[in-house]
Design a protein around this ligand. Sequence first.
Ligand code: 6GU
Length: 266
Amino acid sequence: MRIDIVTIFPEFFDVLDLSLLGKARQSGLLELGVHNLRDHTHDRHHTVDDTPYGGGAGMVMKPEPWGDALDAILGADPAAAPTDPAAAPTATAPAATETPIAVNAADDGPILIFPSPAGDQFTQAMARELSLEQHLVFGCGRYEGIDQRVVDHYSQRGRVRLVSLGDYVLNGGEVAVMAMIEAIGRLIPGVVGNPASLVEESHEDGLLEYPSYTKPASWRGLAVPPVLRSGNHGAISTWRHEQQIERTERVRPDLLAPSATSERQG
Ligand code: 6GU
């Protein structure tokens, strides 16, 4: 898989050299390009933002640097060819969030993802779908967001998604993109050494994971549940499943509601 990131803080993504994803990059399973949005400005101050039309607090990211930066990754807009001005559509693009993700989208071109608290909720199911893609491009907004025409323009040219981590506000998309890349990257075949460890995890089967223990058998007066030392694999498996259900009922009853899956995944 190839991942490109456009940001005004490229250093944020230095940590992708580390750990599992760093290894995946060394082995060629993951190719990463981090691009500084300011490299696509043309003024002395490398300006990326301006005041909002209509007034209001904060600043909005200007469309031109985004257009230059994303064209450099995705290729120039074919509709922008000066020989046929009629080919440039002016109609409003469909909302980005309406673009479905195909299960096997290998030949559909890159997906452009804008992290946004106004986007679709990021889930394990979405991570799994995105892990099947060949090329993801993340555009990290800052300030009060990016000029809406950037989303509208690229929605006319290909697949665009707004994706939110959850119902809280971050200062910018960088931390959200780090989280998404970690969730997606570890699902790329070969990235996690033991694929079985991907299966028995929170959210993969719709339940939270069971508690885990290692040696010593007793620590600070707390014993490991005896069943785990019994050698009875049937009993261990039953106990773990019961623990998953008990934990999910207690902490995340919403995951057990019949309509939860369709509501959460839209
Ligand atoms: Cl994806 N971006 C920002 N800026 N804030 C968020 C978010 C994303 N998800 C939750 N809060």
